[in-house]
Unconditional design. Structure first.
Length: 312
């Protein structure tokens, strides 16, 4: 009897309220389990707090009394957290999997790890590729945060602005502020958060287009839009989702990003601004697709698991 390959998804628990965590994880894992089963995989979900990475002769990742690295498996690991200690623990788990003979799916590229999470670095890389990007200014830490305001006014203008964490996802902690006075107050608050922030201009848009690359090919695209009167298109923040067509220019530019990173699995988000699409951010690994309608969702998940199988 052939054993099914296992995909272990390791997720963080302490960044979210209990009700949201239950609803979000149930939705994601229901859709992912269905896709994994259809592809002949076993899906397992483990919260980060139940894991202990170690090295005794070789990399080990203990879940209770089981070393998850005893056999070669596929992993996807959340790689950021609001909590500094949780973030360090996530990094330890990621690096332990990377040093083993198992596969970390959300590190499916050979470039620097931070290029999948750091919004400043993402903007810089996209700009180097000649792609349109929003002006982005990193905010100094702590009591020095307000010293960035003159530069923000000079480079971006009087507002409105978007203030967002440099390394976070799902639209959490993203604020729209109207003017410099509100920006100053917002920076006073973010200065206490213990994490980096960036400021960008608020750019009027009709939502964003997420383009999925699997195994160096565009596998699907998803249009996300904010609810009327709101500004966040993230599904986790109440945005709506549908199938969206990526024209050849966006597809070509998305593949340029993937080639630049040597990435086999990537999602690139394009802000659909009035003056044309702008690179907003990108991420690696398998996620953010559960709200995508069928048949696009099934086509995307099939492409993902077909690619994942080749890695084993």
């Amino acid at each position: 009897m052939t054993t099914k390959p296992t995909l272990t998804v390791i997720y963080r628990t302490d960044d979210f309220g209990p009700d949201y965590l239950t609803e979000a994880t149930s939705h994601f894992f229901a859709a992912s389990t269905e896709a994994a089963t259809r592809a002949g995989f076993r899906l397992r979900a483990i919260p980060i707090n139940e894991l202990s990475p170690s090295c005794v002769g070789q990399p080990q990742l203990w879940h209770h009394r089981e070393d998850l690295l005893r056999t070669r498996q596929l992993f996807q690991v959340d790689d950021f957290s609001w909590d500094p200690q949780a973030a360090h623990h996530l990094k330890a788990v990621c690096r332990t999997v990377q040093e083993s003979d198992s596969v970390l799916l959300n590190r499916s590229f050979t470039d620097a790890d931070y290029l999948s999470t750091d919004k400043l670095a993402i903007t810089q890389r996209a700009s180097r590729l000649g792609l349109p990007t929003p002006p982005t200014i990193a905010i100094p830490f702590g009591r020095y945060a307000r010293t960035a305001i003159p530069l923000v006014e000079q480079q971006i203008g009087p507002g409105p602005y978007i203030v967002k964490p440099r390394e976070m996802g799902m639209g959490f902690g993203v604020m729209k502020v109207d003017d410099v006075e509100q920006l100053a107050a917002t920076l006073d608050v973010t200065a206490q958060a213990g994490m980096g922030y960036v400021v960008q201009p608020f750019i009027p848009n009709s939502g964003d287009l997420r383009v999925y690359v699997i195994n160096r090919q565009v596998a699907a695209s998803q249009h996300r839009s904010a609810l009327p009167g709101r500004y966040l298109a993230n599904i986790s923040q109440g945005g709506t989702s549908g199938i969206g067509a990526a024209d050849m220019n966006i597809q070509s530019a998305t593949l340029r990003v993937a080639d630049s990173l040597d990435a086999a699995c990537l999602q690139v988000d394009w802000l659909l601004a009035e003056g044309g699409p702008i690179v907003n951010e990108w991420s690696s690994g398998f996620g953010g697709y559960s709200a995508l309608p069928d048949p696009e969702r099934a086509r995307l998940s099939n492409a993902f698991f077909d690619w994942a199988r080749t890695l084993l």
